[in-house]
Design a protein around this ligand. Structure first.
Ligand code: PGA
Ligand code: ZN
Length: 422
């Protein structure tokens, strides 16, 4: 079976912004569509998505965020080159790299490349008669990743109501994905009703479906979520732990960490102390981007004093980039990596980053972006790649539930086990 036709076009993401979609038709008539996500708190070292503001083709009604040039690149450069080829991800990703060999894929656009790369992976799975998850792991029990789920949102995703971007929960004591999700929904519902009782607006939700409740301090926010865990009848730490995404690149000015909502600023050294105290005062099992993307020194200093069981997770630090991951391994900057396919640009090179991390005993957290679509490929990749965790946002919004529901489907229909990463 071979690729008969490849069509790129513009669709909308969950923020109502344009993004790239591809529909691939195979010689057997089967159709495979892929849509790509887009971040808001993007790292400087990510692969570059092509938006028309970068060219002369800016489209005024989309405020310069249209992706017509990326779509054009698919239809006039990529499609003619791939039509007639068999859908073999390594080979076709190799052709995409030939067409745009820049490390950040800024010529054709990482959004154009990823849409094609994903559609080809879906077509390859179909050709093999397998689901996308099974395509990457044809034999043995699949590993359903532990969900890391957003309860409170701040930072760039919620109008900066809170300086840190996410307070999430990790149901580390659950024995199945379905059980884990039921716990999270209970915690999330309680958080919403408690927030509403204290006067917060809880029916309006942040970019990833989290609650944008304002608290006087970060400690107050963490105590609030810990109380929600207890009040639904679960034990903090034993059953459900807290994870946070500090997304600190957003408030580091090169010298100081400036927490506007808290009204405080910290030197690098002071911020390492601030973060250390935060993780020891609360049942925090995972901390993402506690320091800025190029503040390698603070990462290593913190790792040297962090509790051994703490997951120290690099998102903007690594941007799913092999070279940056290698530096993080060499310098012991972290012990886990967030994996976002669109930070990298291609399915197979994203997988390479993940397997390199796994081979070096780094935990892997496959992640959605704040701008998502209803596509559910992320759930299949996370499962097929044996990631230890998956981060998709909250339990609200079809862009989020598409992934959770796909994981429920995999757990119900495939020979699976549930990840126990901690
Ligand atoms: P982003 O946020 O998609 O806006 O980058 C997600 C994250 O920081 O983990
Ligand atoms: Zn992050």
């Amino acid at each position: 079976m071979s690729i008969k036709n490849l069509v790129g076009y513009q669709v909308l993401d969950s923020r109502g912004r344009p993004t790239v979609a591809v529909t691939l038709t195979m010689s057997d008539g089967s159709i495979h569509t892929a849509r790509v996500p887009s971040g808001a708190s993007t790292g400087a070292h990510e692969a570059k998505e092509l938006r028309d503001s970068d060219t002369s083709k800016s489209e005024k009604f989309y405020g310069g965020k249209s992706v017509y040039q990326a779509v054009e690149n698919i239809n006039s450069v990529i499609a003619p080159r791939l039509n007639g080829h068999r859908p073999i991800p390594l080979a076709t990703d190799g052709i995409l790299v030939e067409l745009d060999h820049t490390p950040d894929h800024h010529i054709l656009g990482a959004n154009a490349l990823l849409a094609v790369s994903l559609a080809v992976a879906k077509a390859a799975a179909h050709t093999a008669g397998l689901s996308l998850a099974r395509y990457f792991q044809p034999e043995g029990k699949l590993l359903i990743p532990m969900p890391m789920v957003n309860i409170l949102s701040g930072g760039a995703h919620a109008n900066r109501t809170m300086d840190i971007q996410d307070v999430l929960v990790l149901p580390n004591g659950a024995t199945s994905f379905a059980e884990a999700l039921s716990w999270i929904v209970a915690i999330r519902e309680l958080a919403a009703s408690k927030g509403a009782k204290s006067g917060a607006i809880t029916h309006l939700i942040a970019d990833e479906g989290g609650l944008g409740i304002a608290f006087p301090t970060i400690d107050n926010a963490l105590e609030f979520v810990t109380n929600c865990i207890t009040e639904v009848g679960l034990k903090p730490e034993q059953d459900v732990s807290i994870a946070i995404d500090v997304a600190s690149t957003q408030f580091f000015d090169g010298e100081k960490y400036k927490l506007a909502a808290l009204g405080k600023e910290f030197s690098r050294e002071e911020f390492v102390t601030f973060i250390s105290k935060m993780v020891s005062d609360h049942p925090i099992l995972s901390i993402e981007d506690p320091f800025a993307e190029d503040d390698w020194q603070s990462w290593s200093e913190f790792m040297a004093i962090a509790p051994k069981k703490l997951q120290v997770l690099g998102d903007d630090l690594f941007t799913t980039n092999l070279g940056r991951l290698q530096r993080g391994i060499d310098e012991s900057s972290a012990n886990a990596i967030l994996i976002k396919a669109n930070q990298n640009g291609l399915v197979t090179s994203t997988q390479k980053v993940l397997t390199t991390a796994q081979a070096n005993n780094f935990k892997t957290v496959v992640s959605a972006r704040s701008g998502e679509t209803e596509d559910s490929w992320l759930a299949d990749l996370a499962t097929g790649w044996r990631a230890s965790q998956i981060k998709v946002g909250s339990t609200h919004g079809a862009d989020r539930t598409a992934k959770w529901n796909r994981l429920l489907e995999l757990e119900a229909t495939e020979n699976c086990e549930f990840a126990k990463p901690f």
